[in-house]
Design a protein around this ligand. Sequence first.
Ligand code: F58
Length: 833
Amino acid sequence: MTEARQIGGMQAAGLEDHRTGDSVETLKRAIMDNLYYRGARIPAIATWNDWYLAVAYTVRDRIMNRWIKTVDVIMKKDVRVVSYLSAEFLMGPHLVNNMINLGIYKEMKEAAAQLGLDLQALIDQEEEPGLGNGGLGRLAACFMDSLATLEIKAIGYGVRYEFGIFDQEIRDGWQVEKTDKWLRLGNPWEIERPEIAFNVNLGGHTESSHDREGRYRVKWIPQRVVKGVAYDTPILGYRVNTVNLLRLWSAEAVESFDFDAFNTGDYYGAVDEKIVSETISKILYPNDEPAKGKLLRLAQQYFFVSCSLQDLIRFHLLSGNTMDTFHEWNAIQLNDTHPSIAVAELMRLLIDEHQLDWDTAWHVTTSTFGYTNHTLLPEALEKWPLPLFRQVLPRHLEIIYEMNQRFLEEVKQRYPGDNERLSRLSLIDESGEKYVRMAHLASVGSHAVNGVAELHSELVKKTILRDFYEIGPEKFHNVTNGVTPRRWMVLSNPRLTELITSKIGDRWISHSAENLRELESFAEDLEFLLRWQQIKRENKQNFAAILKERTGADVDPDSLFDIQVKRLHEYKRQHLNVLHVITLYNRLKKNPNLDVPPRTVIFGGKAAPGYFMAKLIIKLINSVADVVNHDPDVAGRLKVAFFPDFNVKNGHHIYPAADLSEQISTAGKEASGTGNMKFSMNGALTIGTLDGANIEIREEVGAENFFLFGLTAQEVFDLKSKGYNPWSYYESNAELREAMELIRSGFFSAGDSNLFKPFVDSLLYHDEYLVFADYPSYIESQEQVNKAYRDPERWTRMSVLNVARMGKFSSDRSIREYSEKIWKVEPVPVLLK
Ligand code: F58
């Protein structure tokens, strides 16, 4: 039993309260009680969901005491709290994670079994909260796990979207989007707090005046007011007592009915008002695309930011503080620019609502915020058309103008006459149609700016924020991303976890960076390697069964599982992978005796609903799969599958089953990547470019344990500057021509040569992401993969060394770095006595 549990709750007093105790008997009774008293159900008529809820509440009850004690600690001690502001939190299912973090998984499994229930089936019953698009939202979730595990007191603030990321179905090879109704069967993890609610103004105009002391004052007369209501989810750390808070805001009408309208008989008009207000938190934007004029999205961002800041201020004042010390007790991290309106909102709250002068407010604001950038893609940088911005946030625009004027004045002093620099640095883009530049706002309003991997952080300084770097280089940091080993190893890969723990103990689970390397000493132990291989085989078998059930595809667990799962985007180059598949197919057709190991190439990932090319690439993958999988000439040698609806839950089964991890983005485009880490931690070897965190992964695991190919970021830049011509690569490579010709001719589309024309043309005439340029070296690297896989002992050793050397990529390490470099916070343990 762990230390935390020995001193846990009622047990300390020698009582096995059925509300909190951990023994099998107690858990059984608690489940039955929850089924009866919370669910109003008896076993005879209970559905799976009824049982799931009963088990979930039983687990939740065991978190409550720790949660309340954590709040106590924050209230009593003077603790600096981290607030992580993020438009997305892609948390994944809570039940199994909480059982693992509490340390009651085994007991619960036994309790369920004694009640005639299969715990795994109950775990599968949970609908995951898909409140994020991909890497950025999932990073926020890993960070929440690490913050709690490190006992850093933190709050995650975001939006309680009624509909999260769409569910993906594949019909006739195409992606079809289905609304995600995650709340349909109830959510046992959240607690509604109707009394924690704030009004948020939108639209309207401002009026200025002077107060009695002659100070300039501005009043915002909004066009509408919506109310944000808090929904709290406890986030428990691994085997500690700290339970942090995920507070998501849901939008409601200020009054349920507009009584005036109601009294005059306009019943429908009154209800309309309610519907419009609720729209704000209705749906997560599934966009990977240009962040252009979407009024509702700006309102959504402002809505959750304003509620969160008002909440923090309320808490700060409640503790007897004054607003000029807000930054001493609060560190707020902006997860990309989506919450960056917070800079202007905090200024507004401090000046308009709390009467601070500009300079004090500015000092408080800039000392509070840190900003993390997650992308260099120009089309993904948020900017809001000025008229739209004014329409939604008239007061904030005034504040931004004032900020800009003061800021540019300083720049002028430093670089007299450099007007170009001024226009580059201005918070307002005036080069054509006018825009508010959100990355500029976040940079000016924060004391720290960071990228998410070493290369990315360097490129941030050299490209999009270069002028800001020149003004204040000390502001810029790198914090390389990480992922939580609790979810991505312990929960997803119990077999591997057990093997590792049997050799080096379990400290690595919370101290990966320090302990996982001890595994290296087993890399020569043949018995160990054999067990390692068996585990991979079992994981592949398990995943193959799921794939079969979801898609009907039969795949051979003895073949090399070559997997690429991530959002569909041209820069991630799923199509480069497809070109390899077709090349391999052609080679096998020509030479049936070709000495290559059997391969199963698996893809998964969602495309933004409006991203035509990404959707066409999904269709292409499925079309190629259709031909390849039905061709008897390559049977048993090559298979292709598209796994639908890639999400956190599915990821649990996918990463542990991979032999080869595809991390093949154009160098300089993938800020970090985090899937790359999840694969490698589960013993997959990586084929990848020198992009994002791949570079650091390769440094850690060793160049000899990584399949490298492709141009470097510098070479990509140089090639593009001198003028890249995809044709020349096409013409000089026969296998590339052959592969493209099959697609063009309609070979994969029943003779329809129109279907993939946009795809073929885009590569032949533009090839924005240098697929053709990297093709030869990718193919050659895949040959190295084949060679290595042919030698199981060598492959397995490489796999062990990958896992052993991935400790750096635990999100615990990332959070420690943020804590030291940016937030200046330290762990504060929670005791239950
Ligand atoms: C991702 N960004 C980066 N954005 O692409 C990836 O390299 C990085 O590892 C990860 O962040 C974490 O740092 C990302 O996922 C989004 O999902 C946007 C959310 C808002 C709408 C547009 C996409």
